[in-house]
Design a protein around this ligand. Sequence first.
Ligand SMILES: NC(=O)c1ccc[n+]([C@@H]2O[C@H](COP(=O)([O-])OP(=O)(O)OC[C@H]3O[C@@H](n4cnc5c(N)ncnc54)[C@H](OP(=O)(O)O)[C@@H]3O)[C@@H](O)[C@H]2O)c1
Length: 290
Amino acid sequence: MNILLLGSGGLLGRYLAKELAAGHTLVAQTHQDADITDASRLDGLFARRWDAVINAAAVCDFDACEKNPGETGRINREAPLDLARRCAAQDALFVQYSSDYVFGGEDDRLLSESEAPHPLSVYGRQKADLEQLIPSACPRSLILRVSWLYGLGGKTFMSRMPGLLMQQQSVRTAAGKKGCCLYAADGAFWTRQLIEAGQTGLLNLVNPGGTSWEEFAQATLVQMNALGLAPKCGDIQTLPYEQLGPDWAKRPRYSCLDAGKLASVLPPGPRTWQEGLGEFLSAWKSVAAA
Ligand SMILES: NC(=O)c1ccc[n+]([C@@H]2O[C@H](COP(=O)([O-])OP(=O)(O)OC[C@H]3O[C@@H](n4cnc5c(N)ncnc54)[C@H](OP(=O)(O)O)[C@@H]3O)[C@@H](O)[C@H]2O)c1
Protein backbone atom coordinates (compact mmCIF):
# COMPACT_ATOMS: atom_id res chain seq x y z
CA MET A 1 0.00 0.00 0.00
CA ASN A 2 0.99 3.63 -0.49
CA ILE A 3 0.80 5.11 2.99
CA LEU A 4 1.24 8.71 4.13
CA LEU A 5 2.10 9.12 7.81
CA LEU A 6 1.81 12.59 9.36
CA GLY A 7 3.31 13.41 12.76
CA SER A 8 5.98 10.74 12.37
CA GLY A 9 8.31 12.43 14.87
CA GLY A 10 5.95 11.96 17.84
CA LEU A 11 5.80 9.02 20.25
CA LEU A 12 3.29 6.91 18.32
CA GLY A 13 4.48 8.33 14.99
CA ARG A 14 8.00 6.98 15.50
CA TYR A 15 6.72 3.49 16.28
CA LEU A 16 4.35 3.65 13.29
CA ALA A 17 7.21 4.69 11.00
CA LYS A 18 9.22 1.69 12.19
CA GLU A 19 6.26 -0.71 11.98
CA LEU A 20 5.27 0.33 8.45
CA ALA A 21 8.76 0.74 6.97
CA ALA A 22 8.78 -2.77 5.52
CA GLY A 23 6.06 -4.23 3.30
CA HIS A 24 4.51 -0.89 2.32
CA THR A 25 5.55 2.22 0.42
CA LEU A 26 5.66 4.66 3.30
CA VAL A 27 6.12 8.43 3.19
CA ALA A 28 6.66 9.54 6.80
CA GLN A 29 6.44 13.26 7.54
CA THR A 30 7.50 14.88 10.80
CA HIS A 31 6.11 18.23 11.98
CA GLN A 32 9.11 19.88 10.29
CA ASP A 33 8.42 18.09 7.01
CA ALA A 34 4.69 18.82 6.92
CA ASP A 35 2.54 21.00 9.15
CA ILE A 36 -0.98 19.55 9.01
CA THR A 37 -2.45 23.07 9.11
CA ASP A 38 -0.46 24.08 5.99
CA ALA A 39 -2.93 23.68 3.12
CA SER A 40 -0.40 24.27 0.36
CA ARG A 41 1.94 21.62 1.81
CA LEU A 42 -1.00 19.20 1.95
CA ASP A 43 -1.99 20.10 -1.65
CA GLY A 44 1.49 18.96 -2.66
CA LEU A 45 1.31 15.71 -0.67
CA PHE A 46 -2.21 14.90 -1.89
CA ALA A 47 -1.19 15.40 -5.53
CA ARG A 48 -0.15 11.79 -5.08
CA ARG A 49 -2.75 9.05 -4.50
CA TRP A 50 -2.66 7.25 -1.17
CA ASP A 51 -4.21 3.98 -0.08
CA ALA A 52 -4.09 5.11 3.54
CA VAL A 53 -3.27 8.33 5.38
CA ILE A 54 -2.44 8.12 9.10
CA ASN A 55 -2.58 11.24 11.24
CA ALA A 56 -0.38 10.81 14.33
CA ALA A 57 0.07 14.59 14.66
CA ALA A 58 -1.66 16.39 17.52
CA VAL A 59 -1.18 18.76 20.41
CA CYS A 60 -1.38 16.40 23.40
CA ASP A 61 -0.52 19.09 25.95
CA PHE A 62 -3.72 19.18 28.02
CA ASP A 63 -3.01 22.59 29.54
CA ALA A 64 -2.14 24.15 26.17
CA CYS A 65 -5.54 23.02 24.87
CA GLU A 66 -7.31 24.56 27.88
CA LYS A 67 -5.42 27.85 27.45
CA ASN A 68 -5.54 28.09 23.65
CA PRO A 69 -8.64 26.27 22.39
CA GLY A 70 -8.59 28.18 19.09
CA GLU A 71 -4.96 27.64 18.22
CA THR A 72 -4.88 24.00 19.35
CA GLY A 73 -8.29 23.42 17.73
CA ARG A 74 -6.75 24.22 14.33
CA ILE A 75 -4.37 21.27 14.82
CA ASN A 76 -6.54 18.86 16.82
CA ARG A 77 -9.90 19.45 15.11
CA GLU A 78 -9.80 21.48 11.89
CA ALA A 79 -6.69 19.90 10.31
CA PRO A 80 -7.84 16.27 10.84
CA LEU A 81 -11.23 17.17 9.32
CA ASP A 82 -9.41 18.70 6.34
CA LEU A 83 -7.34 15.50 6.02
CA ALA A 84 -10.52 13.41 6.20
CA ARG A 85 -12.06 15.38 3.30
CA ARG A 86 -8.88 15.08 1.26
CA CYS A 87 -8.86 11.30 1.84
CA ALA A 88 -12.53 11.02 0.86
CA ALA A 89 -11.80 12.86 -2.40
CA GLN A 90 -9.36 10.14 -3.44
CA ASP A 91 -11.02 7.21 -1.62
CA ALA A 92 -8.06 6.72 0.72
CA LEU A 93 -8.50 5.21 4.17
CA PHE A 94 -8.07 7.91 6.83
CA VAL A 95 -6.72 6.85 10.23
CA GLN A 96 -7.13 9.22 13.18
CA TYR A 97 -6.39 8.75 16.90
CA SER A 98 -8.86 9.73 19.59
CA SER A 99 -8.56 9.56 23.36
CA ASP A 100 -10.17 8.23 26.55
CA TYR A 101 -10.57 11.93 27.45
CA VAL A 102 -13.77 11.94 25.37
CA PHE A 103 -15.29 10.54 28.57
CA GLY A 104 -16.14 12.28 31.81
CA GLY A 105 -15.29 9.32 34.05
CA GLU A 106 -18.43 9.46 36.21
CA ASP A 107 -19.05 5.70 36.45
CA ASP A 108 -16.78 2.73 37.14
CA ARG A 109 -17.95 0.94 34.01
CA LEU A 110 -15.80 -0.45 31.19
CA LEU A 111 -16.28 1.90 28.21
CA SER A 112 -17.17 0.36 24.87
CA GLU A 113 -17.33 2.08 21.48
CA SER A 114 -21.11 2.49 21.81
CA GLU A 115 -20.83 4.57 25.00
CA ALA A 116 -21.79 8.24 24.44
CA PRO A 117 -18.85 10.64 24.88
CA HIS A 118 -19.04 13.25 27.60
CA PRO A 119 -15.83 15.28 27.51
CA LEU A 120 -14.96 17.65 30.36
CA SER A 121 -11.97 19.34 28.74
CA VAL A 122 -11.08 21.25 25.57
CA TYR A 123 -8.78 18.39 24.43
CA GLY A 124 -11.55 15.85 25.08
CA ARG A 125 -14.08 17.95 23.12
CA GLN A 126 -11.69 18.27 20.19
CA LYS A 127 -11.37 14.49 20.07
CA ALA A 128 -15.13 13.88 20.57
CA ASP A 129 -15.83 16.25 17.64
CA LEU A 130 -13.49 14.20 15.45
CA GLU A 131 -15.24 10.96 16.42
CA GLN A 132 -18.56 12.51 15.44
CA LEU A 133 -17.56 14.40 12.28
CA ILE A 134 -14.88 12.29 10.57
CA PRO A 135 -17.16 9.36 9.54
CA SER A 136 -19.40 11.68 7.49
CA ALA A 137 -16.42 13.62 6.07
CA CYS A 138 -14.69 10.36 5.08
CA PRO A 139 -16.74 7.15 5.03
CA ARG A 140 -13.52 5.07 4.76
CA SER A 141 -12.15 6.19 8.10
CA LEU A 142 -10.71 4.36 11.08
CA ILE A 143 -10.76 6.14 14.43
CA LEU A 144 -8.65 4.52 17.11
CA ARG A 145 -9.26 5.55 20.69
CA VAL A 146 -6.01 5.22 22.60
CA SER A 147 -5.09 5.99 26.18
CA TRP A 148 -2.02 6.61 28.38
CA LEU A 149 0.54 6.00 25.62
CA TYR A 150 4.12 5.21 26.55
CA GLY A 151 7.27 4.09 24.78
CA LEU A 152 10.95 4.76 24.22
CA GLY A 153 11.80 8.46 23.98
CA GLY A 154 8.26 9.50 24.93
CA LYS A 155 7.60 12.57 27.06
CA THR A 156 4.63 11.05 28.88
CA PHE A 157 4.94 10.22 32.58
CA MET A 158 4.69 6.48 31.92
CA SER A 159 7.39 6.70 29.22
CA ARG A 160 9.72 8.43 31.69
CA MET A 161 8.89 6.07 34.56
CA PRO A 162 11.87 3.66 34.20
CA GLY A 163 14.33 6.59 34.06
CA LEU A 164 12.74 8.22 37.11
CA LEU A 165 12.80 4.96 39.09
CA MET A 166 16.46 4.39 38.17
CA GLN A 167 17.59 7.88 39.19
CA GLN A 168 15.42 8.98 42.13
CA GLN A 169 15.09 7.51 45.62
CA SER A 170 11.48 8.58 45.70
CA VAL A 171 8.98 9.03 42.88
CA ARG A 172 5.65 10.78 43.29
CA THR A 173 2.69 9.80 41.14
CA ALA A 174 -0.85 11.04 40.82
CA ALA A 175 -3.33 8.65 42.42
CA GLY A 176 -7.02 7.96 42.11
CA LYS A 177 -7.38 7.77 38.32
CA LYS A 178 -8.23 4.46 36.72
CA GLY A 179 -7.70 3.79 33.01
CA CYS A 180 -5.91 1.72 30.41
CA CYS A 181 -2.46 2.17 28.94
CA LEU A 182 -0.98 1.39 25.55
CA TYR A 183 2.62 0.53 24.70
CA ALA A 184 3.21 2.55 21.53
CA ALA A 185 4.79 -0.47 19.79
CA ASP A 186 1.48 -2.30 20.26
CA GLY A 187 -0.43 0.77 19.08
CA ALA A 188 1.61 0.75 15.86
CA PHE A 189 1.34 -3.03 15.40
CA TRP A 190 -2.45 -3.08 15.73
CA THR A 191 -2.86 0.01 13.56
CA ARG A 192 -1.01 -1.86 10.83
CA GLN A 193 -3.12 -5.00 11.28
CA LEU A 194 -6.34 -2.99 11.07
CA ILE A 195 -5.24 -1.08 7.98
CA GLU A 196 -4.21 -4.29 6.24
CA ALA A 197 -7.58 -5.85 7.18
CA GLY A 198 -9.39 -2.84 5.63
CA GLN A 199 -11.13 -2.09 8.94
CA THR A 200 -13.17 1.11 9.28
CA GLY A 201 -15.17 2.64 12.13
CA LEU A 202 -14.40 3.47 15.77
CA LEU A 203 -12.31 1.08 17.85
CA ASN A 204 -10.75 1.18 21.29
CA LEU A 205 -7.03 0.35 21.05
CA VAL A 206 -5.42 -0.31 24.44
CA ASN A 207 -3.56 -3.07 26.25
CA PRO A 208 -6.51 -4.65 28.09
CA GLY A 209 -6.97 -4.40 31.85
CA GLY A 210 -7.61 -1.35 33.93
CA THR A 211 -4.80 0.13 35.97
CA SER A 212 -3.81 3.31 37.77
CA TRP A 213 -0.64 5.42 37.63
CA GLU A 214 0.40 4.20 41.08
CA GLU A 215 -0.15 0.55 40.11
CA PHE A 216 1.76 1.12 36.84
CA ALA A 217 4.66 2.62 38.81
CA GLN A 218 4.68 -0.32 41.27
CA ALA A 219 4.53 -2.87 38.44
CA THR A 220 7.38 -1.07 36.65
CA LEU A 221 9.47 -1.22 39.81
CA VAL A 222 8.81 -4.96 40.27
CA GLN A 223 9.52 -5.79 36.61
CA MET A 224 12.70 -3.66 36.58
CA ASN A 225 14.02 -5.55 39.60
CA ALA A 226 13.16 -8.85 37.88
CA LEU A 227 15.16 -7.68 34.84
CA GLY A 228 18.14 -6.98 37.11
CA LEU A 229 18.01 -3.23 36.56
CA ALA A 230 18.35 -2.30 40.28
CA PRO A 231 16.29 0.91 40.37
CA LYS A 232 17.32 3.46 43.02
CA CYS A 233 13.70 4.19 43.97
CA GLY A 234 12.45 2.49 47.12
CA ASP A 235 9.45 4.69 47.75
CA ILE A 236 6.55 5.45 45.42
CA GLN A 237 4.52 8.29 46.88
CA THR A 238 1.02 9.11 45.78
CA LEU A 239 -0.96 12.32 45.65
CA PRO A 240 -4.69 12.47 44.79
CA TYR A 241 -4.76 13.74 41.19
CA GLU A 242 -7.41 16.39 41.91
CA GLN A 243 -4.82 18.12 44.14
CA LEU A 244 -2.37 18.63 41.28
CA GLY A 245 -4.09 21.74 39.95
CA PRO A 246 -7.49 23.20 39.08
CA ASP A 247 -7.70 21.63 35.60
CA TRP A 248 -6.89 18.12 36.79
CA ALA A 249 -10.53 17.52 37.67
CA LYS A 250 -11.30 17.86 33.95
CA ARG A 251 -9.45 14.62 33.33
CA PRO A 252 -11.68 11.54 33.64
CA ARG A 253 -11.40 9.79 37.01
CA TYR A 254 -12.37 6.48 35.40
CA SER A 255 -11.75 5.80 31.69
CA CYS A 256 -11.03 2.10 31.23
CA LEU A 257 -11.61 1.26 27.58
CA ASP A 258 -13.12 -2.07 26.57
CA ALA A 259 -10.78 -3.67 24.00
CA GLY A 260 -13.26 -6.49 23.27
CA LYS A 261 -14.33 -5.18 19.84
CA LEU A 262 -10.74 -5.17 18.55
CA ALA A 263 -10.22 -8.67 19.97
CA SER A 264 -13.31 -9.90 18.11
CA VAL A 265 -12.25 -8.23 14.83
CA LEU A 266 -8.64 -9.48 15.00
CA PRO A 267 -8.32 -12.26 17.60
CA PRO A 268 -6.78 -12.42 20.10
CA GLY A 269 -6.35 -8.62 20.16
CA PRO A 270 -3.64 -6.76 22.09
CA ARG A 271 -1.71 -8.39 24.94
CA THR A 272 -2.36 -7.37 28.55
CA TRP A 273 -0.85 -4.16 29.91
CA GLN A 274 1.53 -6.13 32.13
CA GLU A 275 2.90 -7.98 29.07
CA GLY A 276 3.21 -4.73 27.10
CA LEU A 277 5.05 -3.14 30.02
CA GLY A 278 7.45 -6.11 30.18
CA GLU A 279 8.28 -5.73 26.48
CA PHE A 280 8.83 -1.98 26.91
CA LEU A 281 11.18 -2.51 29.87
CA SER A 282 13.22 -5.09 27.95
CA ALA A 283 13.59 -2.58 25.09
CA TRP A 284 14.39 0.19 27.61
CA LYS A 285 17.09 -2.02 29.18
CA SER A 286 18.69 -2.70 25.78
CA VAL A 287 18.78 1.01 24.92
CA ALA A 288 20.15 1.94 28.38
CA ALA A 289 22.91 -0.67 28.04
CA ALA A 290 23.91 0.50 24.53
N1 LIG B 1 0.10 10.48 24.60
C1 LIG B 1 -1.00 9.96 25.11
O1 LIG B 1 -1.02 9.49 26.24
C2 LIG B 1 -2.27 9.92 24.27
C3 LIG B 1 -3.46 9.53 24.90
C4 LIG B 1 -4.62 9.48 24.15
C5 LIG B 1 -4.60 9.84 22.82
N2 LIG B 1 -3.44 10.24 22.23
C6 LIG B 1 -3.46 10.59 20.80
O2 LIG B 1 -2.59 9.72 20.09
C7 LIG B 1 -2.01 10.40 18.99
C8 LIG B 1 -0.49 10.30 19.07
O3 LIG B 1 -0.06 10.90 20.29
P1 LIG B 1 1.47 10.93 20.74
O4 LIG B 1 1.52 10.58 22.16
O5 LIG B 1 2.30 10.19 19.78
O6 LIG B 1 1.77 12.48 20.62
P2 LIG B 1 3.17 13.25 20.61
O7 LIG B 1 4.28 12.38 21.07
O8 LIG B 1 2.94 14.56 21.32
O9 LIG B 1 3.39 13.52 19.07
C9 LIG B 1 2.59 14.42 18.35
C10 LIG B 1 3.39 14.87 17.15
O10 LIG B 1 2.59 15.81 16.42
C11 LIG B 1 3.43 16.85 16.00
N3 LIG B 1 2.66 18.05 15.66
C12 LIG B 1 2.12 18.97 16.50
N4 LIG B 1 1.51 19.93 15.78
C13 LIG B 1 1.66 19.59 14.47
C14 LIG B 1 1.27 20.19 13.26
N5 LIG B 1 0.59 21.34 13.23
N6 LIG B 1 1.58 19.57 12.10
C15 LIG B 1 2.29 18.42 12.10
N7 LIG B 1 2.72 17.82 13.21
C16 LIG B 1 2.40 18.40 14.39
C17 LIG B 1 4.38 17.06 17.16
O11 LIG B 1 5.51 17.76 16.73
P3 LIG B 1 6.22 18.84 17.72
O12 LIG B 1 6.68 18.04 18.90
O13 LIG B 1 7.29 19.40 16.88
O14 LIG B 1 5.15 19.83 18.07
C18 LIG B 1 4.69 15.62 17.54
O15 LIG B 1 5.76 15.12 16.78
C19 LIG B 1 -2.55 11.84 19.08
O16 LIG B 1 -3.70 11.96 18.27
C20 LIG B 1 -2.95 11.97 20.53
O17 LIG B 1 -3.94 12.97 20.73
C21 LIG B 1 -2.27 10.28 22.93
